[in-house]
Design a protein. Structure first.
Length: 279
C-alpha cells in the first residue's frame, strides 16, 4: 500500500509513492505534483496522518517525514492504496489487496507485485514440490523503475533505480547444490527473481548469499550465470522487462512468441498470462 493520496495545505490533491524506507519514519518517494511539493510542504493523508517534504534528491524524488497518531506502519496499511501500474486505468479496490499480491510474499517494501508469481496458488506450489522440485524464496523490493519505459535511443544510457534484494543462505545453498551435484535446473519466477539471482551470482554460476542494492540492467547481449528457465508475464514494449526476456530467449524468438500471443489473444501485463522460457 505504497501509494498515499492526500491534500496540500491549499486543499489541492497530492500523491506520494513510497519507494524506500530510510528508517525513523522517513521515506524516499515520488510525488505529484512535483513542482508544488517543495521542502517544508505538508500533505495531509488522513486526520492525524501527514507527510512533510524534507528534501529533493538529485534524481527528483523526495525525502518525506511521515507523522501519525498511530504507528506509521499501521497508518500506511490503513490509508495507503495499492499502486497499480499506470496502464490499469482505474482506482484500486479491496479485491486488489488480495489479487495483486503473491501467496508467498511476507516482506513489505515493494511498490509493485512480482506479477509472474500471481499465477501460483498454495495448491500449485504443493504440486510442484510433490513432483520432486524444490521451492526456495528470495526478496527483491520492486521499485518505481519497473514502471519506467526506456526513453533513450541507446538502452545503455537508461538509468536503473536501485532496488534492495536479499538471497538467504538456504536459497543460495539449495541452488548451488542443485547445479553442482544433480544437474538441476533453476527456474526463476519473474524478472524480479532473475535480477536478484543474477545480482548475487558469481562468474562460475554459484549464487552468493547476500543482500544489498542492485541496479542490474539485463539486456542483449548478456550471459546468464544462475538462471536456466524463466516464468514471466507478457511485458510492455520499450520496457527493461521485455529486454531481459530478449536477452534470455533471443530477439527473434521473443518477437515470434509475442506475435503468437497477440494472435491467440493472450492477456498481457500484470493481470495477464505467463509464459515459460526454456533453452
Amino acid at each position: 500500500r505504497a501509494r498515499l493520496i492526500g491534500k496540500r495545505e491549499s486543499g489541492s490533491p497530492a500523491e506520494i509513492l513510497l519507494l524506500r524506507d530510510l528508517g525513523d519514519d522517513r521515506w524516499e518517494g515520488m510525488v505529484s505534483p512535483g513542482n508544488k511539493l517543495k521542502p517544508g510542504r505538508v500533505v495531509e493523508i488522513a486526520p492525524g496522518f501527514s507527510a512533510e517534504v524534507r528534501e529533493v534528491t538529485e534524481r527528483g524524488t523526495r525525502i518525506v517525514q511521515l507523522s501519525s497518531l498511530e504507528p506509521v506502519a499501521d497508518a500506511i496499511q490503513q490509508h495507503g492504496h495499492i499502486p497499480l501500474p499506470p496502464y490499469i486505468d482505474r482506482d484500486d479496490s479491496a479485491a486488489d489487496a488480495e489479487r495483486y499480491q503473491t501467496v508467498y510474499a511476507n516482506q513489505p517494501g515493494s511498490v509493485a507485485a512480482p506479477t509472474a508469481g500471481l499465477h501460483f496458488t498454495p495448491e500449485i506450489l504443493r504440486e510442484i514440490q510433490s513432483r520432486g522440485a524444490y521451492v526456495s524464496k528470495l526478496t527483491l523490493h520492486v521499485g518505481a523503475g519497473t514502471f519506467r519505459p526506456v526513453e533513450v535511443d541507446d538502452p545503455a544510457e537508461h538509468v536503473m533505480h536501485e532496488e534492495w534484494y536479499y538471497v538467504p543462505d538456504a536459497t543460495a545453498s539449495l541452488i548451488n547444490t542443485a547445479r553442482k551435484t544433480s544437474g538441476g535446473k533453476v527456474w526463476a519466477v519473474g524478472t524480479t527473481s532473475v535480477r536478484t539471482l543474477e545480482s548475487a551470482a558469481r562468474d562460475d554460476g554459484m549464487v552468493h548469499a547476500s543482500s544489498g542494492e542492485t541496479r542490474i540492467f539485463i539486456r542483449p547481449p548478456y550471459r546468464f550465470r544462475a538462471v536456466d528457465r524463466i516464468i514471466t508475464n507478457f511485458h510492455l514494449p520499450r520496457s527493461t522487462l521485455i529486454m531481459l526476456v530478449a536477452a534470455f530467449a533471443g530477439y527473434d524468438l521473443t518477437i515470434r512468441a509475442y506475435a503468437e500471443a497477440i494472435s491467440q489473444r493472450y492477456r498481457f501485463y500484470s493481470y495477464g498470462d505467463a509464459m515459460a522460457v526454456v533453452d
